[in-house]
Design a protein around this ligand. Structure first.
Ligand SMILES: [Zn+2]
Length: 419
């Protein structure tokens, strides 16, 4: 993924989860050799914006070729997953998580950390770092004083910030070197553009993003497009694929979101067209972000609403293609670009000596056909080979799972510990 090309007839030697050597011919005795003739070895995909609710979802990511995820709504359960991944107790994508969402005082949501002053903000940053969260997630409602405290503290403790833009500061405020990625293209529409789908106003915003070389943009086109999908499909909640959602999310969040948009279109049928127009504008934003040279990192917002874990990444990549990115450029967003967003992810994203062996073996060249990534023959995660049969079994196990109460208890645990 450093060059738009295929290296032919190579051997790749994986040792203890790391790509040890790549050469025309490697002679090592006593190891298993796979003949991948006429097949393609490509880096595993990275979804940079997910919400994980249980461990079944880890299997759904793997079966879809996603070998690393960045979880953006951290809870104690995610620290346990991280521990188990690090110690090799579970088979999972490489797992990164932010801490709980930091918000301002008046932003009401049952698990938001409503920070009221800078010293409280600093304490949180330190405590998340010490407890093992990988990143700080900033959210709505942070005013400049509290935000400055978070940035200052994150800099001291060397922990990157991922920002869902706060409406209390200017959009350009988020182009701070400590903030490595900004989430959601719709926030550009909702905040600086104030829902005015105006391309000339957009350009100056995109120019400012492109001037800040440390900022990646994570579009999450899929989750917004799913609002449109909900509006045009009244039986979406009963569709078979929704069986892959966590039962608690399906019962609460998927249902609430569906009802909200169902009511919106009852009140004003023109809402459907407005949502579609906004989605189309999001595609334009990605096109222009790309043209402006902004690093795009692939994120879906999977795990909430009707946005499916794992499966959604293929939609997201298709949207980037629609925005004018070549297959190579779209693939970069979910591989090498993602790995470069944070120093702790730098061992991912390419098929290269010294990198973690998170790899996909696929039938057709993804540089020609992106859809070949949907059903990898093998997924390697830290060098461990998972065949299609195993991957399909993860899908089967996750489908219509019955862990509603366990999920609710984990959510409750989060409220008790983090609030
Ligand atoms: Zn999200």
């Amino acid at each position: 993924m450093n060059r738009d090309t295929v290296l032919v007839d190579k051997m790749v030697y994986i040792k203890e989860g790391i790509i040890e050597k790549i050469a025309d011919n490697i002679e090592v005795s006593g190891i298993q050799i796979f003949d991948a003739e006429n097949k393609y070895l490509t880096p595993g995909l990275i979804d940079m914006h997910v919400h994980v609710w249980d461990r079944y979802e880890l299997g759904l990511y793997l079966s879809n070729g996603v070998t690393a995820v960045r979880n953006l709504w951290g809870m104690p359960m995610h620290l346990r997953i991280k521990e188990d991944v690090i110690h090799g107790n579970i088979i999972s994508p490489t797992f990164f998580t932010t801490g709980p969402k930091l918000t301002g005082s008046e932003f009401i949501g049952d698990d938001n950390l409503n920070l009221t002053n800078p010293s409280e903000a600093k304490e949180k940053v330190l405590s998340y770092k010490e407890r093992g969260y990988d990143f700080i997630k900033t959210y709505y409602g942070l005013d400049k004083e509290i935000f400055d405290a978070i940035i200052e503290q994150a800099k001291i403790y060397e922990i990157d910030i991922v920002a869902h833009p706060s409406q209390k500061v200017s959009f350009s405020y988020h182009l701070n070197p400590q903030i490595k990625s900004i989430e959601h293209v719709e926030e550009i529409v909702q905040q600086p553009l104030k829902f005015d789908l105006d391309k000339s106003k957009l350009q100056s915003i995109l120019d400012s993003i492109s001037q800040s070389k440390h900022t990646s943009y994570c579009p999450t086109i899929t989750v917004f497009n799913n609002i449109y999908q909900m509006m045009i499909n009244d039986s979406i909640l009963d569709s078979e694929s929704l069986g892959y959602m966590n039962p608690l999310i399906k019962k609460v969040d998927s249902k609430n979101q569906f009802e909200r948009w169902f009511n919106a279109k009852q009140e004003d049928p023109a809402t459907i067209e407005r949502i579609k127009e906004q989605h189309d504008f999001h595609i334009t934003i990605v096109k222009k972000l790309h043209e402006a040279g902004v690093t795009i990192i692939c994120g879906t917002d999977a795990g909430i609403g009707v946005t499916l874990p794992g499966f959604s990444i293929h939609k997201e990549l298709a949207f980037y293609k629609e925005a004018g990115l070549s297959n190579y450029e779209a693939l970069k967003t979910a591989t090498v670009n993602a790995s470069q967003a944070h120093s702790i992810m730098s061992q991912l994203g390419t098929v290269e000596e010294g990198k973690i062996a998170n790899l996909l073996l696929v039938d057709k060249n993804p540089l020609v056909e992106l859809s070949s990534l949907e059903n990898p023959i093998y997924v390697f995660v830290k060098g461990r080979k998972l065949n299609r049969e195993t991957l399909n079994s993860y899908n089967e196990k996750a489908k219509n799972r019955k862990n509603l109460i366990a999920s609710a208890l984990r959510y409750l645990e989060n409220l008790i510990i983090e609030k």
